[in-house]
Design a protein around this ligand. Structure first.
Ligand code: XMP
Length: 319
């Protein structure tokens, strides 16, 4: 549309004017905001931009391949794929307190980002996908200030520490406008319409201690659930949907054997901004079919529940 086309041209000029011949680094999470910011800046300054994608081992099934394929292979960007799964999962080992887990992830994310960014000579700017709502009110998640990061691209305190200036080309836009700009820039609609995904990733969908085994089970169950949602044409009707793996195993029966496996909870909500949310009214048929598929297709899960808590009093994520 013409307004977004004009905005795009204007923003590109502004980025060029601000950056000159210096270099920019951008933390990429694979989410819509940082992706649109990166593509816009790339269009403005090309190889003066380097994106850093931190893989903390808490991503969904296939997610890191998708991000790499999209940015490095498709857009041909200067792209660092920071494979730091060992670091994150190692430090999280044995931790079961939600806030401790979040703080560890936030601290490590900053350390890692700083490490890779420090290797890019001449970087003077840090790009962030900050939106207008983030500017007018600083959004707090799950209990406010205890949350260290809002997302990968929102690295509080880092610009000052590293002596970087900020490039925030989405500062005047609302979420729906960012999506429109993303379409204008040619990002695939499958990418633009993605449900929000939290910076701490699967860590906050795995209440209690995180283990690789639980994460693997969770990834599989989540993939089946999202596949079900897509097959039923519900993906775009729902604001956010995911599976949480519960820190409990329960007894079941399959074939002629006893099982003793994890239980999981399906979550799906509708919301405008994530601050309040209603659980999504799936049909019982959908829920039954999904439970059967997960139990049949995902070894390690033998019980499926549906979370019908709205926000408030619940939060969207389980931690
Ligand atoms: P809650 O669980 O607080 O989540 O109801 C509201 C929305 O925010 C997302 N969320 C986060 N996003 N970093 C993020 O980037 C975080 O630490 C974080 N915590 C929650 C959550 O997925 C939901 O969309």
């Amino acid at each position: 549309d013409w307004t977004m086309d004009a905005y795009r041209e204007q923003a590109i000029e502004a980025i060029r004017a601000q950056v000159g011949d210096k270099k920019v680094i951008c933390g990429l999470s694979g989410g819509v905001d940082s992706s649109v910011a990166a593509v816009l800046i790339h269009e403005a300054i090309g190889d003066q931009l380097t994106c850093v994608f931190v893989d903390h081992g808490l991503l969904r099934k296939g997610e890191s391949d998708e991000v790499v394929a999209m940015f490095r292979d498709n857009y041909n960007m200067q792209f660092i794929h920071a494979e730091e799964q060992e670091l994150f999962l190692g430090e999280l080992d044995g931790q079961d307190d939600p806030e401790t887990k979040r703080k560890i992830i936030g601290r490590l994310f900053i350390d890692v980002f700083q490490k890779y960014a420090g290797e890019i000579e001449g970087a003077e700017f840090l790009a962030q996908g900050t939106l207008y709502p983030d500017v007018i009110e600083s959004v707090s998640f799950s209990g406010g200030p205890s949350v260290t990061i809002k997302s990968h691209h929102n690295v509080g305190g880092l610009p000052e520490k590293m002596g970087l200036k900020l490039v925030e080309p989405l500062r005047e836009l609302f979420k729906d406008e960012v999506r429109a700009l993303g379409r204008e820039l040619g990002l695939p609609s499958s990418f633009i319409g993605r449900h929000p995904f939290p910076g701490p990733g699967l860590a906050i969908r795995c209440p209690g201690e995180i283990t690789r085994a639980k994460l693997d089970i969770l990834r599989e169950a989540d993939a089946v659930y999202i596949d079900q949602i897509r097959k039923h044409g519900l993906y775009d009707e729902i604001w956010q949907a995911f599976v949480a793996i519960l820190p409990v195993r329960t007894v079941g029966v399959m074939g002629d054997g006893r099982t003793y496996d994890f239980a999981c909870a399906l979550r799906a909500v509708n919301s405008v901004d994530g601050m309040t949310a209603d659980y999504y009214p799936f049909s019982h048929e959908f829920l039954g079919e999904t439970a059967t598929r997960i139990i049949n297709e995902v070894p390690g899960i033998n019980r499926v529940t549906y979370d019908i808590t709205s926000k408030p009093p619940g939060t969207i994520e389980w931690e």
